[in-house]
Write a protein that binds this ligand. Sequence first.
Ligand code: ZN
Length: 266
Amino acid sequence: MTTSQHKSGYLWEEMTWVEIEEKLKSVDTAILPCGAIEQHGPHLPVDIDYFDANYLARKVAEACHEPKPFVLPTIPFGVSYHHEAFKGTLSVTNNALSAFVYDIGMGLAKNGIKKIILLNGHGDNAPTLNYAAQMINRDAGIFVCVETGETSDVDIYNLIDTPNDIHAGEIETSTTLAIRPEMVKMDKAVNETLNFGSKFLDFDNDRGVSWYVRTHKISDSGVMGDATKATAEKGKQMWEIMEKQLVKFVESIKSSSLDDLYQKKY
Ligand SMILES: [Zn+2]
């Protein structure tokens, strides 16, 4: 139960239509967090990507100046078919997710939103979200981008020792230890560091190619990385980096007109 004095002032679902109409006069930017419900090794819950996207979106909006961007309810499910050999994984198809995000995006545009940030908590949603973003841009003519901070931020990779640490490893275990230590079974954490035959297959190689594989073909536990190296301290630094970068980014999007945005080179 949320009482009126505890209202965030930016969570779409908490506001009345009258409040939304009023806020739309001063802000045209909305963050749509996208998650996944999928195995995260024997030591983490299946909600990691959903929880983290939801948490980050709220933290970022809180840290932004007024008027804060809108934050939409987080989409819990994502494209996770590659984890289906592990119980607990619930995947939706690329078509279903892209159509769903497209519909929400078109609905936001009808409301007057001009800039949408798809805040992605699950790297493997990225191609699908990019496709949805293109289609919303094509049909509504508004700005739409996909931000997958957790898996793309070079500064985070500088904090860890493990190569190819992409799933339930040093990064995600650290970030969970930092904000929900009670959800981590460190006694079950394992090291399944991936070594591929070609450097071009490395997930953290800037010159790497995009390729796809069922997780159980390359990992017995579902972990891809080294969960045993995780610490709450590293996780705290990772959250700080993600929040800081993302606040800067959202502020720049929020304060630019659509015409200016299209002229900017990032
Ligand atoms: Zn994850």
